[in-house]
Design a protein around this ligand. Structure first.
Ligand code: FES
Length: 192
């Protein structure tokens, strides 16, 4: 195991294993960063951008998804800078427009002081976080569901359709992962 390194998070030195992501290092140090598409048993995905943090080096700064960025010695991380809070609120406004009735998204929005969205509300049942698809692949190794379509048509579906009978009937573990809470009752709408 590599030696621990030290980075700073919100001005405080934090010791981390270099195999840890910035998100894991922050959470180990008690610093809260909101996430939607992150799951401890799955590879980093970087799909929702809710976990954005600001990295600063001299006058340069960049926003990165903390769930997929690995801790490095000397890294200066800010989790609540004005730039981060602006970006986080924007992401939440978009999510709120996509899924205005999702309890999880409403909770995240509330926690981050987002009460309204400037974007037109739509009634999607999927925010494309990929948790179900990735769990089916990386944990269950069955690949029963996958993404289909492009752009606004992008969706989750059984791939191929007969996998439902063969495998899903005895599993459905992916359902509890859905942050929208809508997935179970709509499973099958996007059957291909
Ligand atoms: S939790 Fe990091 S991008 Fe979704």
């Amino acid at each position: 195991m590599a030696d621990n390194i030290t980075l700073t998070i919100d001005g405080h030195p934090v010791s981390a294993d270099p195999s840890q992501t910035v998100l894991d290092a922050a959470r180990s140090a008690g610093v809260a960063i909101p996430t939607l598409c992150h799951h401890k048993d799955l590879l980093p995905y970087g799909g929702c951008r809710l976990c954005l943090v600001e990295l600063r080096q001299g006058k340069r700064s960049q926003l990165v998804a903390s769930c997929g960025y690995y801790a490095k010695a000397g890294l200066e991380v800010h989790t609540r800078s004005p730039r981060v809070l602006r970006a986080r609120k924007l992401v939440l406004e978009v999510l709120l427009a996509l899924m205005p009735y999702s309890e999880e998204i409403r909770r995240l929005a509330h926690e981050n002081e987002v009460t309204e969205t400037r974007y037109q509300r739509t009634m999607h049942y999927c925010v494309l976080c990929g948790l179900c698809v990735r769990y089916c692949d990386e944990v269950k190794h069955t690949n029963c569901i996958g993404f289909v379509g492009r752009g606004v048509e992008r969706n989750v579906a059984w791939v191929p359709p007969d996998r439902y009978d063969q495998t899903c009937r005895t599993c459905f573990e992916c359902m509890s992962l859905c942050p929208t809470g809508v997935f179970p009752s709509n499973f099958g709408l996007a059957e291909v």
